[in-house]
Design a protein around this ligand. Structure first.
Ligand SMILES: *Cc1c(COP(=O)(O)O)cnc(C)c1O
Length: 383
């Protein structure tokens, strides 16, 4: 079937206004294009004020923030780290780089987040960290996880890559564990191009985090006038975000209410439109309403099985609409089999991976395009 280009709908889109262009030009004109400039400082203060971290440090990516967290938590060879299998590779790789073993635990069928009820049984005396991933910006059950971690003297590192502006029981995602990691990758709700942030909620990590982020030197203390020269102190790497990216990010953070209002509205339009199809048993909608405090990072539909999902995915593609499945579970990928092991049954993970479909959702999604997506899904599931 030919693509109907007139009705083509892309999968993601970045909402860029003149404000972003002015800010990036201002950063260029200032001559300060490397990290830790005035825009970077403003972003960090914004995250501390609005995302309630004791301290926020901008990084070049969420992957970088996770790598910093693994270093700060002192993860080493043979240590075990509990995490879901239904996640992006960086959740695991940040720890595998330190020689650790990812231990994959199944997800809850309602939120698709790490099933906290299965974590205790996967813990061993080598478990050093728990890494909850807030899928689609929906918060994990953090209280029981923090309790288990405390009992076993483990560090909790939130992979809140998808969680900017999201809350769990009123608390911003990334501000609950000892450390939290945010992403501002071009596909996330607010973007820096490539970018991330490490949120430090346990102040004892602060000083070392600054050193690790600055190639293992005390350059931050030097710039703050606390030492008269900077020298090599510890292990580290270059984890900073460029000032050009920070200028873009600062504008996005300032516009977050506007951008989020539009995204949340689009999410709700899908949710209302698909309710009758769910009642007919043709699909399953997300089970977490906007009132739970999530940020509408994704809208996904689940179908009875792989064949039913593929029928809709390919049907949408033929209509020029890009829809996408999500993670290939880490436990079933070559890297996961080489570096990790499973710590529970993977039944929910396997069934979600084969039956879930994400449909286009972004702040700039037009009413017309959204209506086309809805009508096409309706047609495909009813025939
Ligand atoms: C996007 C994402 C990452 C990686 O973020 P980058 O900023 O691209 O490094 C990590 N974990 C999850 C769950 C993500 O969605």
């Amino acid at each position: 079937m030919a693509h109907d280009t007139e009705n083509a709908v892309s999968f993601t889109s970045v909402a860029i206004s003149d404000e972003e262009k002015v800010a990036v030009q201002q950063a260029l004109a200032s001559g300060h294009t490397h990290g830790d400039g005035p825009f970077a400082r403003r972003c960090e203060r914004w995250l501390e004020a609005n995302h309630k971290a004791k301290r926020a440090l901008l990084t070049h990516s969420c992957t970088g923030a996770l790598e910093m967290a693994a270093l700060l938590a002192g993860i080493g060879a043979g240590d075990e780290v509990i995490m879901p299998s239904y996640t992006f590779v960086s959740t695991a790789n940040a720890f595998v780089l330190r020689g650790a073993i990812p231990v994959f635990v199944d997800i809850r069928p309602d939120t698709l987040n790490l099933d906290e009820r299965l974590v205790q049984a996967a813990m061993t005396e080598r478990t050093k960290a728990i890494v909850p991933v807030h899928y689609g910006g929906v918060g994990c059950e953090m209280e029981p996880l923090m309790g288990i971690a405390q009992e076993h003297d483990c560090v909790v590192i939130e992979d809140a890559a998808q969680g900017i502006t999201s809350t769990h029981k009123g608390r911003p995602l990334g501000s609950i564990g000892h450390l939290g990691c945010l992403s501002f990758h071009g596909t996330k709700n607010l973007v820096a191009g490539e970018g991330g942030a490490l949120l430090i909620n346990d102040a004892s990590y602060e000083e070392r985090a600054e050193i690790i982020r600055e190639k293992g030197t005390d350059r931050s203390a030097f710039l703050a006038g606390q030492v008269d020269k900077y020298t090599w102190q510890d292990v580290g790497s270059s984890f900073l975000m460029s000032e050009l990216s920070a200028a873009l990010l600062y504008t996005q953070l300032r516009r977050s209410t506007e951008l989020q209002t539009r995204r949340l509205a689009a999410w709700q339009v899908y949710h209302d439109a698909f309710a009758p199809l769910e009642e007919e048993g043709l699909l399953v909608r997300p089970q977490t309403p906007i009132s739970t405090g999530h940020n509408a990072h994704v809208y996904y539909l689940r179908f009875e099985n792989f064949e039913a999902r593929e029928k809709v995915r390919l049907g949408l593609r033929n209509a020029g609409i890009v829809a996408s499945f999500h993670y290939i579970p880490l436990h079933s990928s070559p890297g996961g089999q080489r570096f990790g092991r499973v710590g529970s049954s993977m039944d929910v993970t396997d069934s979600v991976a084969s039956s879930l479909l994400r449909i286009p959702l972004y702040a700039d999604l037009s009413e017309r395009d959204q209506a086309v997506v809805i009508a096409t899904v309706k047609e495909l599931v009813s025939t």
